[in-house]
Design a binder for this molecule. Structure first.
Ligand SMILES: [Mg+2]
Length: 181
């Protein structure tokens, strides 16, 4: 990997991720009674939680609104969830102000056109493999895996390994004398 890209990744203190198409494959199953179903990936979930446990601010941001998102945010230890977001750049700026983070310290992950404005400002802009072409074009990095199919796990490993945090944050699982949590 290019040194310039590694330097970008090392500065990251917050990850803002879109939900549909990034944490899911983008499919939404709608029922007759207002119910909604989505598929999330369990390995993505742990990857996301590991970012939080390593001290990064993990933020989920979506233009839609659903109780499922609240449930999933809690499960995967998200620091913050923003729903009903029509202007993602505004939330990016809010996060930057509120948590005193420079744009270079924020990673934005997206798959569609609405994600482009904050991606353009982010220190590390990531598009998932299933992202539309325009979104891929503004990204510093395109994941090999698709949304809802390991993209966030891939990103989590990329960030934590390049920041030298991966070993510490996974030791409870991987070290020989690991104590089960
Ligand atoms: Mg999306």
């Amino acid at each position: 990997m290019e040194l310039a890209l590694i330097e970008r990744i090392q500065k990251i203190k917050a990850v803002i991720t879109d939900i549909d198409g990034v944490l899911t494959d983008g499919c939404i199953v709608l029922g007759n009674y207002g119910d909604e179903l989505k598929f999330f990936d369990v390995q993505d979930g742990l990857g996301f939680a590991l970012l939080s446990r390593a001290g990064l601010k993990t933020i989920m941001m979506t233009a839609r609104k659903s109780r499922i998102n609240q449930k999933r945010a809690k499960e995967i230890e998200a620091f913050k969830l923003y729903q009903n977001v029509s202007d993602k750049l505004r939330v990016f700026q809010k996060v930057s102000r509120k948590f005193k983070l420079a744009p270079e310290e924020i990673c934005v992950v997206g798959d569609d056109l609405i994600d482009i404005p904050p991606m353009r400002q982010a220190g590390f802009a990531v598009a998932v493999q299933n992202a539309v072409e325009e979104t891929k074009r503004v990204a510093h990095y395109v994941t090999q895996k698709s949304g809802g199919r390991g993209a966030i796990r891939e990103l989590s490993e990329l960030i934590l390994k390049n920041q030298g945090k991966w070993f510490a944050v996974t030791a409870r699982y991987t070290s020989d004398n690991a104590i089960p949590a």
